[in-house]
Design a binder for this molecule. Structure first.
Ligand code: T46
Length: 154
């Protein structure tokens, strides 16, 4: 499944083709089950379809808070609920999908040109994000109308 996913992404990114929600997938990360506590690992070039240039995390999120509300032009990300849970709504400009992330051994791969909104954070939730590039505000669509114009012009 992983080889298939990587190949798909390479093609769609290289050709600058329109993306769809089906390009965003839940990745089953390795899990070493142990009576002392489980262990999950992520290796660059093996478990994520991009080179990892940045890691950031959201934490101490107050009840009822909403995050996201933007899309990225070129950024690839893997989003993991390291602790607790939250919902993420993915939107490719044509359809939307709400997902509940609550396991630290699943990573949600989100490709460029997908609008995302996050809510329903549980108490103590930690959202870890692996990103393909360093922070760049010019990579964001923060206005939904601009995002829709951009996806419809593809
Ligand atoms: C995403 C979700 C899951 C930085 O200075 N460096 C960074 O690496 C990031 C991510 C943000 N910032 C600054 C930019 C803003 O002034 O931190 C502030 C909050 O950023 P933002 O409103 O974009 O945060 P979220 O939680 O809405 O979105 C972030 C990511 O931006 C986004 O790519 O997918 O987390």
């Amino acid at each position: 499944m992983w080889a298939f996913l990587s190949e798909n992404l390479r093609i769609s990114h290289r050709g600058n083709l329109p993306v769809s929600l089906s390009d965003c997938q839940l990745i089953d990360l390795p899990k070493i089950v142990d009576a002392r506590g489980n262990l999950t690992f992520i290796e660059g070039g093996r478990h994520v379809p991009f080179d990892i240039k940045r890691v950031y995390y959201l934490y101490d999120v107050p009840g009822g808070a909403e995050r996201g509300g933007h899309a990225h032009k070129d950024l690839h990300q893997l989003i993991i609920a390291m602790s607790g849970s939250f919902d993420i709504v993915l939107d490719d400009g044509r359809q939307k999908k709400r997902m509940h992330l609550n396991r630290s051994y699943y990573g949600l791969y989100v490709c460029p040109m997908i609008w995302r909104e996050m809510d329903n954070f549980s108490s103590g939730a930690v959202c870890l994000v692996l990103a393909s590039n360093t922070y760049d505000e010019s990579d964001y669509y923060r206005d939904y109308g601009d995002f829709l114009k951009a996806v419809s012009s593809h």
